[in-house]
Design a protein around this ligand. Structure first.
Ligand code: G4P
Length: 529
């Protein structure tokens, strides 16, 4: 296969949803189509159970497994599909945001009964900002839920999307008869039998054909005809370009648990979803078809194997072919590096590979050289943009609880921050260290991991901070900036890169500060330049 063919056949995407909408179940069913797993249940172990009081214990227990499930690759028809795992738990939203920088499209799963939920709103907003093509899958049609048109309205309003149903449900819950697949004009009947072999659906190009009444009953047939007529009147025609430009979002209905409507989704997905896309760097747009290798780290996973205390940096290949034992430039460090055992991910296994192509993810063993956002190239000096840190919203002082282990604590904190678990700030005034996180759960995770992986103990102390924002003085010689620094001295800190951060105690203070010092810009993402 040629290099270009390899690129064209790749589809790298993420599935996003509010916890419990069915992301794990859908992933599992998709893997079945690739023959990638033999039985259902393989992906389940990666799930962070909702609401459990010690979520972090569960996370810890699952960490070994979740590395393998961070990327799930499989072949389906002539395509190579890479699914990147995105944690649904809100405290891990930042992880998900970062993973979204490595996908070329997403599938959004929505529970038919619950409709659009909070977490989905946030994640879809990020996708919209980044113009990522989206397909929506409305799940759990075997249960009673909202009316299909009401749901489509809700998706448009709450998620700011422009939808086009490509399949339509016939009945719902107890009365769920199946779906009409508008995309390929097929009727697929629901049997409710999980073990049922997947039906291809019945070709049904003319829904006015009276045979439809015989198959699904006259009243269902009439309703379906009416609804499809309405679909045609109300919604635009499907337009692949509009989907690829994130201006139109196709919607499918089904039941992941019953493996119903999943094949339709997958078949359409491989037809329309984009192959690896170009990516913007600080110097230029890098096209996936360029022959020279470039890639960037979007995730770091530490200490999976207690016997080998190393980390795995997940690199998304943007262009060229990544080859084993070849020298590449770590741009930020200005250092040449080669990798003797890059991991590729296939279903729930990982294996060493000689070559990987754009769209693929390789896992590189790392002893502390990589940070999230780092770029690797064949020598060109460029860095990919767009992996920001977000303003944390939970803050605590971190103290060393075991004076004999100061070094271990420093190292542990340093590495956990590189992994993106949280952010560390050092107060200008007294040098005290403050940890800022997006979710409260991370504090537990940090404490637990410091102890178990680094042998260090920490304690926390509360700190009244509402939000951290990055300070962009614009002009450091400006008197306004000098005054800002003098007055706000107690609330200023440095992040790990040495950038100035303002820790404000309330939304009101932040607004007042911005009004008082208009030339000093306050930003909510670290990558503001
Ligand atoms: P998540 O990864 O988005 O958090 O969701 P997950 O797939 O784990 O699904 C959440 C729950 O919803 C699971 O039930 C799952 O079996 C169920 N589910 C998923 N798809 C469907 C569907 O199409 N129809 C119905 N009726 N249920 C569905 P659970 O009881 O929480 O977990 P489990 O005990 O089944 O593992």
């Amino acid at each position: 296969m040629t290099f270009l063919e390899e690129i064209q056949r790749r589809r790298t995407f993420g599935i996003i949803s509010h916890p419990d909408a069915g992301k794990t179940t859908l992933t599992e069913k998709l893997l079945l189509y690739g023959g990638a797993i033999q039985e259902a249940g393989a992906v389940k172990s990666n799930k962070i159970k909702k609401g459990a009081t010690s979520d972090f214990m569960e996370i810890e227990r699952q960490r070994g497994i979740s590395v393998a499930t961070s990327v799930l690759a499989f072949n389906y028809k002539d395509k190579k599909i890479n699914i990147l795992d995105t944690p649904g738990h809100k405290d891990f939203a930042e992880d998900t945001f970062r993973t979204l920088t490595a996908v070329d499209s997403v599938i959004v799963v929505i529970d038919v009964a619950k409709g659009v939920e909070k977490q989905t709103e946030k994640l879809v907003e990020v996708c919209r900002m980044r113009k990522i093509p989206i397909i929506v899958f409305i799940n759990k049609l075997d249960r009673e839920g909202k009316d299909a048109f009401d749901l489509l309205d809700e998706i448009e309003q709450k998620l700011g999307l422009k939808v086009i149903p490509l399949s339509f449900p016939i009945g719902m819950g107890y009365d769920f008869k199946g779906i009409y697949n508008i995309w390929d004009k097929k009727l697929n009947l629901f049997s409710g039998d999980v073990k049922q072999t997947i039906s291809e659906g019945i070709e049904f190009t003319d829904i006015n054909n009276p045979e439809l009444d015989e198959i699904i009953g006259k009243s269902h047939a009439d309703i379906l005809r009416e609804e499809l007529e309405l679909v045609e009147e109300v919604y635009p025609k499907f337009d692949k370009e509009a989907y690829l430009n994130a201006e139109l979002q196709p919607v499918f209905f089904g039941s992941a648990l019953n493996n119903f409507g999943v094949k339709e989704l997958l078949d359409c997905f491989i037809e329309i979803a984009p192959p690896p896309q170009p990516k913007m760097s600080d110097t230029r747009l890098v096209d996936s078809k360029e022959e020279k290798f470039t890639g960037f780290v979007f995730k770091i996973h530490a200490n999976m194997d207690p016997k080998h205390r190393d980390r795995l940096a997940f690199v998304k290949i943007v262009s060229g072919i990544f080859k084993r034992n070849t020298n590449y430039l770590h741009v930020k460090l200005g250092k040449k590096m080669k990798f003797s055992s890059p991991n590729a991910f296939f279903a729930e296994k990982k294996e060493i590979v000689d070559e990987s192509f754009p769209g693929d993810i390789v896992g590189l063993h790392d002893t502390g050289n990589f940070k999230i956002g780092d770029t690797l190239t064949e020598g060109e000096i460029l860095e990919f943009k767009g992996i920001p840190s977000f303003s944390p919203e939970h803050f605590r002082y971190v103290n060393n609880a075991d004076p004999m282990k100061a070094k271990q604590l420093a190292k542990g904190l340093d590495q956990l921050m590189d992994e993106g678990v949280a952010q560390l700030f050092t107060l200008d005034l007294n040098g005290r260290k403050v940890i800022g996180t997006v979710g409260a759960l991370q504090f537990e995770v940090i404490q637990y991991r410091l102890e178990h992986e680094y042998g260090a103990k920490c304690s926390y102390e509360n700190l009244n901070v509402h939000k951290a924002c990055w300070v962009d003085p614009q002009d450091e010689t400006n008197n306004e900036f000098k005054e800002f620094k003098r007055i706000k001295q107690r609330y200023l800190a440095k992040d790990k890169k040495g950038q100035m951060v303002f820790l404000s105690d309330s939304a009101f203070t932040m607004q007042m500060t911005q009004d008082k010092y208009p030339t000093v810009k306050l930003h909510f993402v670290s990558e503001y330049k």
